[in-house]
Design a binder for this molecule. Structure first.
Ligand code: NAD
Length: 543
């Protein structure tokens, strides 16, 4: 079916709830949290709208409470994956022809349900499953996801379907038909953002595609509720198939299928590079060249100029590095500070870090929870130990951890004499900030280090009260971050305001939540119609 031209007014960003003590919204969320906490859901695969229980059962426990089994989930086996390919093929026939305004209506309904009756459920599931505080769950699972859905709707109508050839001379009509891809999109999603997990299968579907969604094994509860929300919003069966399970086996099966037409991935860099190789190896078997979109790791920085406001810098470093236990791809994890400002910034940072409350997100007064799983706990605590053992690196604050009840790692500040020290380069994905103190008389060398020390280029920030210097630093670091901040922390990008994504080893920079991303999921067809076609083949020059 040809596209229909509708436009829509720009939606507002969803207003963030504060969850102040005693507020009605706080009581309502706490009640839902207690309910979900006390049950152990059994979660099936969902293929073609059918629930499938394979009997290959795994579980998710709350990262902050090993004793709390949140769900038992059935892993997809090869038969289920094959059924998912068939279901998506069948769903494609109708969905790829479904008018855009109908697709938009379903996502608009999902946003309305999430803003209203589903909000507490999705937030509570995210708090329990991924150990987020109420605020961190609210800005992710509620607000960012509502914004993804509403802004994507705005972009598809106002900036994709309205994008038509600029000229149709008299006697003809030129039209761009924004077709979906032929085949299915494989969505591989990370544990850390419920909104990203929902958007990776969702954005291609909005463009008329069908998605096979392999969620992270560590966020099955919240992701399952998202799948149920899509169903409640009226998404037809088979348009998204929910197939949790063994990542390598599912990938092997899906990415060798001729119908594989796109990969929408967010997660670590190593896995993405592996997936790209699998796509390259199987290229001759695919019906179309697959679209490959991946947002991956980061080693995000704060660069401090000697004119910086020390208080603002310290607060940004604390929030930017330790909120959600440093498990944001955008989290600051290295900082460059001029020697003549270090003691002031360090003392303020230490004083604030000593007041951080860490624990169960059910206690709303906590600032952070636990890290996601044992492997992550081991990696982070191992790196801290390495810093402790290495001359020239010192733990300035924090460094403790506790695994008894949950995977708790204390926010940690490491000072590194060596700017190439492991924790200045490697993504740890935990609450660890490494600082290199530089000679304020050698700013250019410090900027070179900041630009060249890690392969990543996701987010970065400069703190400087000298606006001209801030500009110079921003220019010098132009390719070091896809999201750059002046006098603000490098986390907390908002849909419709700061489109998110990075280049270099951080991804394909297709900016989730913007029209740039949506354009990757269409294969436009140009249609030229001539109203009065020639009836003589000869040209004037032929006499
Ligand atoms: P991860 O790489 O462990 O997992 C991501 C996804 O890949 C999961 O669904 C996982 O099951 C799957 N996977 C793992 N091994 C696989 C394999 N061999 N074959 C196929 N799939 C496989 O990442 P994570 O721990 O879930 O998330 C944290 C990472 O994600 C960090 O590196 C972080 O920087 C990154 N991230 C990036 C962004 C961004 O926008 N750039 C956003 C969020 C997270």
């Amino acid at each position: 079916m040809m596209n229909t031209d509708f436009t829509r007014s720009l939606p507002p960003n969803e207003v963030i709830r504060g969850y102040a003590p005693g507020a009605a919204e706080t009581k309502s969320l706490a009640k839902r949290l207690a309910e979900l906490s006390s049950e152990t859901l059994e979660i099936p695969c969902i293929v073609g709208g059918e629930e499938i229980r394979t009997g290959d059962i795994h579980e998710n426990r709350a990262p902050h409470d090993h004793s709390n089994v949140l769900c038992r989930w059935h892993a997809a086996n090869p038969d289920v994956v094959e059924r998912a390919i068939v279901a998506s093929r069948e769903a494609w026939l109708e969905w790829s022809e479904t008018p855009v305004h109908v697709r938009v209506a379903i996502f608009e309904k999902a946003a309305t349900l999430l803003a209203g009756p589903w909000r507490d459920t999705i937030n509570a599931a995210t708090m329990l499953n991924q150990s987020k505080t109420c605020f961190q769950a609210e800005i992710d699972a509620a607000c960012e996801l509502i914004d993804f859905w509403r802004f994507n709707n705005y972009y598809v109508l106002n900036q994709v379907h309205s994008e038509q050839p600029p000229h149709s001379p008299s006697g003809m009509w030129n039209v761009l038909d924004h077709r979906p891809l032929e085949g299915f999109v494989y969505a591989v999603t990370p544990f850390n953002f419920t909104s990203i997990a929902a958007n990776l299968p969702g954005a291609p579907v909005l463009m008329g595609n069908v998605s096979l969604w392999k969620p992270s094994n560590h966020s099955i509860l919240s992701n399952y509720y998202i799948m149920k929300l899509y169903e409640a919003a009226g998404l037809p069966p088979g348009v998204i198939n929910f197939i949790p399970g063994d990542p390598a086996a599912i990938t092997q099966q899906l990415m060798t299928s001729p119908e594989f037409s796109g990969l929408h991935y967010t997660g670590s860099t190593a896995v993405f590079q592996h997936l790209w190789k699998v796509a390259a190896e199987n290229l001759p078997n695919y019906r179309s060249y697959p679209r490959i979109v991946g947002e991956t790791g980061g080693k995000d920085f704060i660069f401090v100029h000697e004119s910086a406001d020390a208080e603002a810098t310290a607060v940004a470093a604390l929030r930017g590095s330790f909120e959600y236990q440093g498990q944001k791809c955008s989290a600051a994890s290295r900082m460059y500070v001029p020697r003549n400002r270090w003691s002031e910034i360090r003392d303020r940072l230490i004083a604030d870090m000593q007041t951080i409350r860490m624990g169960d997100p059910a206690d709303f007064s906590n600032f952070i929870g636990a890290v996601i799983h044992e492997q992550s706990f081991e990696k982070i605590t191992g790196a801290i130990q390495h810093a402790r053992d290495t001359p020239g690196a010192s733990i300035v604050q924090g460094g403790e951890s506790n695994r008894e009840q949950g995977w708790f790692v204390q926010p940690t500040l490491i000072e590194c004499d060596d700017p190439q020290f492991r924790t200045m380069q490697e993504e740890l994905f935990g609450p660890v900030l490494s600082v290199h103190v530089y000679d304020e008389n050698n700013l250019d060398e410090a900027l070179r280090l900041c630009d060249e020390t890690s392969p990543y280029a996701l987010t970065g920030a400069v703190f400087s009260q000298d606006r001209v210097e801030a500009e110079r630093i921003s220019d010098r670091l132009r390719h070091a971050a896809g999201n750059f901040y002046i006098n603000d922390k490098p986390t907390g990008a908002v849909v419709g305001q700061q489109p998110f994504g990075g280049a270099r080893a951080s991804g394909t920079d297709d900016k989730a939540g913007s029209v740039l991303n949506l354009l990757r999921w269409v294969a436009p067809r140009t249609v030229k119609e001539t109203f009065d076609p020639p009836r003589d083949y000869r040209y004037p020059h032929m006499g």
